[in-house]
Design a protein around this ligand. Structure first.
Ligand SMILES: Cc1ncc(COP(=O)(O)OP(=O)(O)O)c(N)n1
Ligand SMILES: Cc1ncsc1CCOP(=O)(O)O
Ligand SMILES: [Mg+2]
Length: 207
């Protein structure tokens, strides 16, 4: 079975909102199908240790595990993949040095999406669909921008940016393979319940 079905509810950590281990456990309990460790400005050793813990947890729950930005950490903790943005390791180089990893490419336009697909990305994280307070200065592509990307590539697409339980349905109806969320889950008082609610919507639309 391909990895695509694991992209449907992709939850990303944010230590400014919740400590990683307990929040990831709750998200997995609530039905997250993939987890991304996204830590900015921490020592590599700390990322490695956290990555090992989250790798263990995601295995227990049969979820995929991705590391944001850091191909070295992804390899060291035996993650399933790495998420690479425009400032990170070029996709074609990442594929060469880490052929075992799934490569997710972060894209903010149709041009970037086509380029990432041509360079061999395994899936796209496309956004920001809506305005978001979680990441500064991101381009907002809207539902139409997202739809154009989905219709133009043949690799799986995960939508990201400002997605919550109010707008998740319309996002999913653009034809994406999944939604990626930070604040809708990590900013909730009850992480497990917030994840369950999103998973229910995902199941209703994607099946
Ligand atoms: C699934 C997914 N899609 C997009 C992003 C954004 O990546 P990037 O542009 O590298 O920005 P940072 O997250 O590193 O700030 C993502 N992390 N995950
Ligand atoms: C990391 C990232 N990349 C594009 S938008 C975004 C922020 C997503 O966070 P939220 O789900 O809280 O809007
Ligand atoms: Mg990144």
């Amino acid at each position: 079975m391909s990895f695509k079905k694991y992209l449907k509810l992709y939850v990303i950590t944010d230590r400014r909102l919740k400590p990683e281990v307990e929040s990831v456990r709750q998200a997995l309990e609530g039905g997250a199908t993939a987890i991304q460790m996204r830590i900015k400005d921490a020592p590599t050793r700390e990322m490695y240790k956290m990555g090992r813990e989250l790798r263990k947890l995601t295995r227990e729950y049969d979820a995929l595990f991705f590391v944001d930005d850091r191909i070295d950490v992804a390899l060291a903790v035996d993650a399933d993949g790495v998420q690479l943005g425009p400032e990170d390791m070029p996709i074609e180089v990442a594929k060469e040095i880490a052929p075992s990893l799934l490569i997710g490419a972060s894209v903010y336009s149709l041009e970037e999406a086509l380029d990432a697909e041509a360079k061999g990305a395994d899936y796209l994280g496309a956004g920001s669909v809506f305005p978001t307070k979680t990441k500064s200065d991101v381009r907002v592509i809207g539902l139409e921008g997202l739809r154009r990307i989905v219709e133009s590539v043949s690799i799986p697409v995960v939508a990201i940016g400002g997605i919550n339980r109010e707008n998740a349905r319309e996002v999913l109806k653009t034809g994406v393979d999944g939604i990626a969320v930070i604040s809708a889950v990590m900013g909730a008082d009850d992480v497990k319940r917030a994840t369950e609610e999103l998973r229910k919507i995902v199941e209703e639309v994607l099946g």
